[in-house]
Unconditional design. Sequence first.
Length: 221
Amino acid sequence: MGENRGIGSPGKDVDATVGPVRLVPETGRRAVLLSTATGGVIDLLNPDPNSIMLDDIAWALAHEGRWANQCRPWYSVAQHSIRVAARLCGRAGNKRLAAAGLLHDGLEFLLRDMGSPFKAVLSNYALYAVRLQDAIHRRFGLDPSDEGLRAIKFIDDSEMRIEALQLMPREFVMERMPEALYSAGEWIVPMTPDQAYKAFLDRAWRYGVKEIDVPNTERTP
């Protein structure tokens, strides 16, 4: 049995069935397999779009808290995404842009809502985040333009400031995000995880978010 060296380590002497990093005999490449609520399995190193299910995303984001789960009252990534999508749809009347907004944090259904300082010290985080978000876009037929991505980022940042003002300690706002003091927006009434899960799926249906079979492609990490 080989030593489990972890993600990004050299060599491929990893046991095929034991440990988080596995060797796929058919391809000779490594895989990090994560199980989902619907019983699926996703390889984080090489995510297959067809293994991504909308229900798994909705369930996970509805149970994942914003601000690395540190805001009070607790507030889900799913509800944050619903608000971003609603503002995009109201601003541009574009359901496809709203769909991209609804799924803009989709990768957090596996990678969690980690604080920016923690992401900065994980050398491979950005690589795997981009791969997973790309797989999500392909699964749901989303290809937002650069202008669309800027619009999503603008609304996302605006919601972040509103959340900081309403849900985070005053000391944090004063020291880390004083610009939030000037933010205005609809008052946040946090949903329960069950409410957020159902609302996320409802918005996905309204915006025409559907799973699409994607031709098999493979990346080599």
